[in-house]
Design a protein around this ligand. Structure first.
Ligand SMILES: [Fe+2]
Length: 283
């Protein structure tokens, strides 16, 4: 097993580890340490004979949780979701492709306990394009000017399932799913439970309001933070190969899928989210 840190502000690759086989305690510990240190971790060349094996592999990294909407659940599996560029909102019958994940976000920050991480297994991916991009919210926080750090210190933002400001649509929820995924207030700066580092915590798909600020000022602050986060010096772009198992830390990273490839080609991955904790505000 070899862990290679990438030539980018975040991300590492694991080679020589077969996730379809049980890991030793030291392999598991090394993988989890590399995940904590690098925010994004890719295990290359993984093959699973059955989806159960993907789920079993993911247990080395955390506890799976079901997706918020059941629309793209893999038949027969509670926690595995199918991710495809052909996705539409099946419940409304609208055939417009949804481009799921196609703008900056962190997964399900509207939940009181958002998923700590998301894991994808690439089954079919385009040879060129279709990368997933990541922004380190540790680095973005650390690089903020002092006056902005001061302006957001101790503040919270309201995360809705779908913000009035979101740049794209999301899957329609059933009434029951709506009740299970209502919005909540989250700290704008959070403390990572494993690393103790501070990071920004925000979501252009979901943030609706900044606590204690009027709409105009709150929107201006969020836009300034979003613009700040969108800088190459905080980012890594993952070029997929079939067999990649990639985990990212939702607590300290934004991510987005890209759709810069021939959309007649299929991009198909399996996704499992891992349970997280209630975000701890940074002092
Ligand atoms: Fe996502």
């Amino acid at each position: 097993m070899e862990i290679k840190t990438l030539e980018s502000p975040l991300g590492a690759e694991v080679r020589g580890l077969d996730l379809a086989a049980p890991l030793t305690a030291s392999e598991r510990e090394a993988a989890n340490r590399a995940f904590a240190e690098n925010v994004v971790l890719c295990f290359r060349g993984q093959r699973f004979a059955r989806p159960e094996q993907f789920r079993a592999a993911v247990l080395n990294l955390g506890e799976p949780m079901p997706p918020v909407t059941a629309t793209y659940r893999l038949p027969g599996f509670d926690e595995i979701e199918e991710l495809t560029n052909e996705a539409t909102d099946r419940r409304t019958g609208d055939r417009t492709p949804l481009r799921r994940g196609g703008s900056w976000h962190t997964d399900h920050s509207n939940l009181e306990r958002p998923p700590k991480a998301t894991v994808l297994h690439a089954i079919e991916v385009p040879e060129e394009g279709g990368n997933t991009e990541f922004t380190s919210l540790y680095l973005a926080y650390e690089a903020l000017p002092g006056d902005v750090k001061e302006a957001i210190r101790g503040r919270r933002a309201y995360h809705a399932y779908l913000s009035r400001r979101a740049p794209r649509k999301l899957l329609t929820r059933t009434k029951e799913e709506e009740a299970d995924s209502a919005g909540c207030w989250q700290p704008l700066v959070r403390l990572h439970p494993d690393t103790g580092r501070k990071s920004l915590y925000l979501n252009p798909m979901r943030c609706d309001e900044v606590e204690g600020m009027g709409r105009e000022d709150g929107d201006a602050l969020l836009d300034r933070l979003y613009g700040h986060c969108d800088q190459a010096r905080f980012q890594y772009s993952h070029r997929w190969r079939p067999g990649d198992v990639l985990i990212w830390d939702n607590r300290c990273a934004l991510h987005q899928a890209t759709f810069d490839f021939d959309q007649r080609k299929r991009r198909y991955l399996h996704r499992i989210m891992l349970r997280g904790e209630r975000p701890v505000p940074a002092a």
